[in-house]
Design a protein around this ligand. Sequence first.
Ligand code: DAH
Length: 342
Amino acid sequence: MDQLLQQIEEYKKEITAYSSTDEKSVEEFRIKYLGTKGIVKAIMGEMKNVPNDRKKEFGQVLNEFKTFTEQKFESLKSQATDHRQSGSEIDLTLPGDPVPLGSRHPISLVKNKIISIFQRLGFAVAEGPEIEDDWHNFTALNLPEHHPARDMQDTFYIQQNPDWLLRTHTSNTQIREMEKGKLPIRVICPGRVYRNETVSARSHCFFHQVEGLYIDENVSFADLKQTLYFFVKEMYGEDVKVRFRPSYFPFTEPSAEMDVSCFICGGKGCRICKYSGWVEILGCGMVHPNVLENCKIDSDKYTGFAFGMGIERPALIKYDINDIRLFSENDVRFLRQFTSAV
Ligand code: DAH
């Protein structure tokens, strides 16, 4: 009997020394000691050979051995799980979890292109508020109250007396830059604008513009034309032709609208240019002396030019998009198509 006790002691030493964090060896441990043909079972089977007067004593030893072995197994098992979770057994050859790639919005792509062209000519980027007062959106731009030209842009008013509104154009930023009182000014002002218009495939109640403003001594209409010629060549290519048509804006005198020969059909006439061969790109002109004076700039000493263009239309044409509403629907199936666009 004492031989059995000695045997148990030896197994205990063996079990104490057993160490592994590998799940396979832990399972081998279980089979060897706790399995149906395992050591614990075999030792328990020895009970029948124990004389009656020592059964109680042996019963205790054997039960203790069984519990000891089971506890060891539990601790080996949890060590193996921790080890796996701590990642030391990560299979580096497995494919990784996909990281969804974002893409630039087509409006941002076109806006960034316009900005980068003017930055090369020394224009800085300035931004103005979308919620604006009457002065910066209208009055300072030579559109006094009751001026009929205010009707050209249907305005969303937030509050009246004093008037707060959603800016109808980025021209408000011209005023804000001029009011800073630092000359010369050479800025490009991108941003979102709002008009109370029926939403359709062709027009929306909000859209984007880029405004340009250049004020210094001796700035002439020739400077305006040269700047815009450079812009058109960079934006639409060397072969594109430009034409200026006389126009009217309250904040410029003289005023013009600039068209480029249709970059889709090359001027032959197509759906995009409505078979005219020309696409309207922007409005521009020499800053009206009243506007300069409204911003406390001496109009005898300083002159300047300004221009404003929409971003949506060039973007629709460039990427062959047939509905302006797609730009603001946040549909990832649409947006994903611009992952590699420039
Ligand atoms: N603000 C005008 C519009 O929204 C566009 C414009 C025309 C801006 C002529 C200008 C400009 O700066 O000189 O229709």
